[in-house]
Design a protein around this ligand. Structure first.
Ligand code: GDP
Ligand code: ZN
Length: 391
C-alpha cells in the first residue's frame, strides 16, 4: 500500500450555505484566537473552514437525498500517489449493475465488480461494505475484496426465498420508527424487524414519532406504555417529534459517528426525522418523500448518505426494499429464541417442543391469558409462526 499523503481528511458532505459557512468561520476564529491557543490547532481547524472544499457532495446547492455519488470526481493530482495495482480501502455507497460506487476519504470512485462478485450482487457485496479496491492500468477502478462484515440487514430474495439479499452491511443501529395518532401506533412490524435486526447483529432503537399529537401527559404515557415490552427486552424506546424537535438531540447523540437505517411504515415520519437530524441541509420534503416514503422510486437500490451536522457525521443507508423485510430461513425453534420473555414459562409446558400455539397445557399461552406476558407480542409470535409454516 502506498504511503498516504498527510493531507487533512477532506470534508464530508456539508450542507450549509456560504453565509452560514462564514458565520461559522467567524465563530471559530473567535474561539481559537485566545491566549495560549496552539498554533497548529489553529491552522488545522481553520484550514478546514477556510477551504471548505466540496461543501457537500455535488457542491453547496446539492440537496440531501442525493447519494454521495455527486462528490467531486477524484482529480489526477489528488490520486498522485496511487500506483496501478495498489489496493486501498473504501466503503460501498451505491450498487448499480456491474459497478459500485465507493467512497474513500470523501471522494467517490466508480468501481467495476469482478464477475464473481457481480453475479451475486446484494449478497457478496452490499451498500455499507468495506472493500479493498485497486486502480487499473486504464485508469479505472476495480473491487478487489470485500472485507468481513460487522453486521448485515437482510431479507429473502423475492425471486428465491432461500437466497438472502443483504440490503445493507455494517449498519450499527436500525431505527424503527412508529408513530402515534396519525397513523396510530402499530407495534406488530416492530417484532418482525427486531428479529431481523437481532439476526444481523445491529442494535435496535425504537423511535415513537409525532408525540406532539399527544399533548395530554396521561394519554401520552398510556400510549407509550404499549411499548413497555420492548423496554423490558432492553430495546431503547425514544419518544420524539420531528415537527417540534422533542427527542431529536437524543437521537442525534445516539447516532453520531454511526451508520443507521430507518425502517417503518410509510407516513410515520422517517424522512422528517432524518430531516430534523440535519436541519442545516435545508431539504425539500417532497423530494425526500419520493426517495424515502412512498415507494415511488423503489427501483433504485440502497444508498449511503452522510448527514453532517456541525461536524458530527451520521451515516444513513436508505434501503427502499426494507418494507418487505421477511425472515430468512427461520425455524420455529429459532423464532422462539427471539421471544426471550417466553423462556421462563416454557419449561412448564406439557411438551418439550411446545410451539405455544394450540398444544394442551401450554404455560406460555396460560401466562398470556393471566396477563403475565404481553398479548401483543404473543399475537405477533403466532402470526410469524403461521407465516413460517406456509413457506
Ligand atoms: P415517511 O413516509 O415515514 O418518510 O414519513 P414523512 O416524513 O414523509 O412524514 C409523513 C407525514 O407526517 C408528513 O405529513 C409529515 O409532515 C408528518 N410528520 C412527520 N413527523 C411528524 C411529527 O413529529 N409530528 C407531526 N404532527 N407530524 C409529523
Ligand atoms: Zn407452550
Amino acid at each position: 500500500m502506498t504511503k498516504r499523503s498527510r493531507k487533512k481528511k477532506p470534508k464530508r458532505s456539508k450542507g450549509h450555505s456560504r453565509g452560514q459557512h462564514q458565520q461559522k468561520l467567524v465563530k471559530k476564529v473567535q474561539e481559537l484566537y485566545r491566549p495560549g491557543a496552539e498554533e497548529a490547532e489553529w491552522e488545522d481547524e481553520l484550514g478546514e473552514l477556510v477551504d471548505p472544499g466540496p461543501l457537500r457532495p455535488g457542491g453547496p446547492s446539492a440537496k440531501r437525498g442525493e447519494p454521495a455519488r455527486e462528490a467531486t470526481a477524484a482529480s489526477a493530482a489528488e490520486e498522485e500517489e496511487r500506483a496501478v495495482g495498489d489496493a486501498v480501502r473504501g466503503q460501498v455507497v451505491e450498487l448499480l449493475s456491474g459497478i459500485c460506487r465507493i467512497e474513500r476519504e470523501g471522494r467517490i470512485h466508480d468501481c467495476a465488480l469482478p464477475s464473481r462478485l457481480a453475479e451475486e450482487q446484494q449478497s457478496r457485496v452490499a451498500v455499507g461494505d468495506d472493500v479493498l479496491f485497486e486502480l487499473l492500468e486504464n485508469g479505472g477502478h476495480r473491487v478487489h475484496e470485500v472485507l468481513p462484515r460487522r453486521t448485515t440487514l437482510s431479507r429473502p430474495d423475492p425471486q428465491n426465498p432461500r437466497r438472502q439479499r443483504v440490503l445493507a452491511a455494517n449498519v450499527d443501529v436500525v431505527v424503527q420508527v412508529v408513530s402515534v395518532v396519525r397513523p396510530p401506533l402499530r407495534p406488530a412490524l416492530v417484532d418482525r424487524f427486531l428479529i431481523a435486526i437481532e439476526r444481523g447483529g445491529a442494535e435496535p432503537l425504537i423511535c415513537v414519532n409525532k408525540v406532539d399529537l399527544l399533548p395530554d401527559p396521561e394519554e401520552r404515557s398510556r400510549e407509550l406504555a404499549r411499548l413497555g415490552p420492548y423496554r423490558e427486552l432492553g430495546v431503547p424506546v425514544l419518544p420524539c417529534s420531528a415537527k417540534e424537535g422533542e427527542g431529536i438531540a437524543e437521537l442525534r447523540r445516539r447516532l453520531t459517528g454511526r451508520t443507521a437505517v430507518f425502517v417503518g411504515h410509510s407516513g410515520v415520519g422517517k424522512s422528517s426525522l432524518v430531516n430534523a437530524l440535519a436541519p442545516e441541509l435545508d431539504l425539500e420534503t417532497g423530494e425526500l418523500r419520493d426517495r424515502w416514503g412512498t415507494g415511488r422510486h423503489t427501483t433504485t437500490g440502497s444508498s449511503l448518505h452522510h448527514l453532517a451536522s456541525d461536524g458530527d457525521d451520521i451515516r444513513v443507508i436508505d434501503t427502499p426494499g426494507i418494507r418487505e423485510l421477511g425472515l430468512f430461513e427461520l425455524s420455529p425453534e429459532e423464532l422462539r429464541d427471539h421471544f426471550p420473555e417466553f423462556a421462563p414459562h416454557a419449561p412448564q409446558c406439557r411438551f418439550n417442543d411446545c410451539r405455544h400455539r394450540d398444544e394442551p397445557e401450554c404455560a406460555v399461552r396460560a401466562a398470556v391469558q393471566r396477563g403475565e406476558l404481553p398479548r401483543s407480542r404473543y399475537e405477533t409470535y403466532l402470526r410469524i409462526l403461521g407465516s413460517l409454516e406456509e413457506e
